[in-house]
Design a binder for this molecule. Structure first.
Ligand SMILES: N[C@@H](CCC(=O)N[C@@H](CS)C(=O)NCC(=O)O)C(=O)O
Length: 214
């Protein structure tokens, strides 16, 4: 049987989304920045051969190379046995696709690229966090979180009545944001988003993959 390797660092929210999908399906996989024992540098020649835009993760399944996280998640769902990560019915599935795209594009920009990365890779003097950049990012982060809360509504999962790849895309982002010093202000304890996150964290997949614990 072909091996399944997720190329990318395990701290990446997108890598974690793919790991969550594998865990939910009950699939064996490996994960890391190495391929066949060789470390693959970000945007190195080897990396660009696998992903023309130099992003991670890349999924390697035998001789198949797949990039773009949502596409990878759909591939995993279709290629392996295990609980479905997307509904069958067209409209429900389209809503999951739409929510997955919204999360991977806009919510990721607001929460991860513009806010989280300021804390994770501080670019201020002597490696300090640029608080002006953080202040600037907060209004958009709040808007993104309000949108996510509206999407969630009264539901248990973000995009359907079942766990889907949209939950896998979203929860690593929320997990990180809630672990920030400003986390409780952005995701209030006991609120709908916090309760959702706690549910996702306590699933077997979440226990394995999500790392922040408030
Ligand atoms: N659209 C891509 C985005 C992936 C992405 O931005 N990955 C980050 C890691 S979380 C990355 O590769 N960053 C390196 C860079 O942008 O140079 C996807 O959905 O897979």
């Amino acid at each position: 049987m072909a091996t399944l390797h997720i190329l990318g660092p395990t701290f990446s929210n997108f890598v974690r989304a793919v790991m969550l999908c594998c865990e939910e399906k009950g699939i064996d996989y490996t994960v890391g920045r190495e391929l066949e024992g060789k470390s693959i540098g970000l945007k190195s020649e080897e990396h660009l051969k696998l992903h023309p835009h130099g992003k991670l993760p890349v999924l390697i399944h035998g001789d198949r190379v797949i990039f773009e996280t949502a596409v990878i998640c759909r591939y995993i769902d279709a290629a392996f046995e295990g609980p479905a990560l997307q509904p069958d019915e067209l409209w429900e599935r389209t809503r999951v696709d739409q929510t997955a795209a919204e999360i991977a594009l806009y919510i990721d920009q607001a929460l991860v690229r513009k806010l989280l990365l300021e804390f994770a890779f501080p670019k201020g003097e002597n490696g300090s966090v640029r608080m002006d950049a953080v202040e600037q990012a907060i209004p958009e982060a709040r808007k993104a979180l309000a949108r996510v809360e509206a999407l969630l509504g009264e539901r248990e999962f973000i995009a359907a009545d079942q766990y889907t790849l949209a939950d896998a895309l979203l929860t690593p982002m929320l997990d990180y944001i809630s672990g920030l010093p400003i986390g409780p202000d952005l995701i209030p304890t006991g609120g709908a988003l916090d309760q959702y996150l706690q549910r996702m964290r306590t699933r077997p997949s979440g226990i394995k993959v999500l790392k922040s614990r408030r």
